[in-house]
Structure formats: C-alpha cells, structure tokens
Design a protein around this ligand. Structure first.
Ligand code: URA
Length: 251
C-alpha cells in the first residue's frame, strides 16, 4: 500500500513547511515570513533560509499554530437509524462501515458510538491519538443530544438530570439540560449536553426520571456541528474543524 504521506526530509525549509501546510504558496509564505508574521517556538523568524523540524517545532502564523498534514483523515457521518456502530458485524447486520469510505481510507474507525436507533453526528478518523484523546474523560468533550421523550419533564426532573443521576454504573456528571418544546400528543423534546460517554447514557438518564426516550439524535460532538451533510452521508472535516478538534483534545 502506498504511504499516504511521503516521508519528508527533516528538517525542512520554513517556507516549504508553510506551503505544505496549505497556509500560502511558497512565494506567499516567504512574504509572510519577511513581514514578521511567522514564529517558530515563540521566536519570530524572518530569515528565508531557516529550517524547521515538523515533528518537534511549533510554527505559528499570526499567533495560530500551523500543522503539517500527516495523512490522517477525519470525517463526520450523519448516522441514520438502523445501523450498528461497528466496522465489522460477524452476523452481517447493517453497520456504519457500509456508509463510510473504508476502502479509500484504511484504518478508519468511529470515535465513540451511537446506539442502533440513534441518529446524528458520528466522527471517524484514522488518527488513533486523536480518537483516544477525544474519548478520554479528562478532556470533557461535550456532546449535544436532542431527545424526544415520553411526557414532559418538570423542573424537578430537569434539575435531577442537570445535577447528576445515580445509574447502576454510578452518578452521572453535571449536564446542561433544557426543555425545548412540548408536543400536542403530550410528549416533549429536550436538549442535553453531556461530556461523559457511558453506554446508553442519555436513555438511562431519561428513564431514571420516568421520561423514556422515544427518539435520540446527536447534533454536535465537541466543536463539530452536524452541518452540510445529508442523513446517511459523510463529509471530510474542514481544516478549521480539525484544528478545533485538536484544541479540545489537548493535542
Ligand atoms: N446516549 C444514549 O442513550 N444513546 C446513544 O446512542 C448516545 C447517547
């Protein structure tokens, strides 16, 4: 298999690094340097012959860190109902692997999981480090869910959901929860923002306050919102989205 990113001779010239990172053309990158807008490890570098080691040096343009693409892929899937979050189901049931370009991007895997009947944003990457960091509880990555629930939770129920609910695997962390709408049939829509990722967590929380979930949808994952993608389809993340993910993952 071809290496997704040909090896760079390290160190490399700073203007080449900037061009490879997509900041500007080689010439445009030189202009940025001579204008004093580029720093390496906190020091402004204007000399055009300067070299950097992309693995260890921190390069910033106008104070924002710039990364060299390392060949990793990041995409969001708008997961429909009826698909298991797995890349391989020995029983041959519908699974998310059938909805993403796994042959084009070997090593692609889902970051966390959504239940079979949950819809919404599911992140995929080939970047193992990023996936692990995003799922690590210490990074508190917020996930936003839209839940259609039976009945209408009152203020006491909402306060319980916000403050922590004792489930059989322990107390849930504080959450942001609001009633969005009451439906004519007596059910309602609530929004929950949680940063834990326990199995069936939202459903178990809502059941604990006697408002079981009828439908569940994830509208955001950390800084990512489910935009510009149709149900059942995927799209690559933009550079800005990847940078914001790196920020929340502490990378
Ligand atoms: N919580 C759940 O109960 N189910 C999901 O799919 C995601 C969060």
């Amino acid at each position: 298999m071809a290496d997704p990113m040909p090896r760079q001779p390290f160190p490399m010239r700073l203007q080449k690094f900037l061009a490879r990172a997509g900041v500007a053309s080689r010439r445009g990158s030189e202009d940025l340097m001579t204008a004093g807008r580029v720093s390496v490890n906190g020091e402004v570098v204007t000399e055009l012959g300067s070299k950097v080691d992309p693995k260890t040096d921190v390069v910033c343009v106008d104070g924002r860190e710039v990364h060299l693409e390392d060949g990793s892929v990041y995409l969001m899937l708008y997961k429909p109902k009826g698909y298991l979050t797995t890349m391989d189901d020995p029983q041959g049931r519908p699974c998310v692997a059938q909805l993403v370009p796994r042959d084009r991007y070997p090593g692609l895997y889902p970051v966390g999981r959504l239940d079979k009947d949950t819809t919404g944003l599911l992140l995929f990457t080939t970047d193992g480090d990023m996936g692990q960091h995003l799922l690590h509880p210490k990074h508190h990555v917020d996930k936003t869910y839209q839940a259609h629930v039976d009945g209408v939770p009152d203020e006491v129920d909402l306060a319980r959901l916000r403050g922590g609910i004792m489930l059989d695997d322990g107390l849930t962390a504080q959450a942001r929860v609001r009633l969005v709408a009451e439906r004519p049939d007596g059910s309602s829509d609530i929004e929950l923002v949680i940063h834990e990722g326990r199995k069936r967590q939202v459903k178990r929380m809502c059941s604990a306050v006697h408002h079981p979930v009828l439908d569940l949808h994830r509208s955001s994952f950390g800084p990512l919102a489910l935009t510009a993608v149709e149900e059942g389809s995927w799209r690559l993340l933009t550079k800005e989205e990847i940078t914001s993910l790196r920020d929340v993952a502490g990378l």
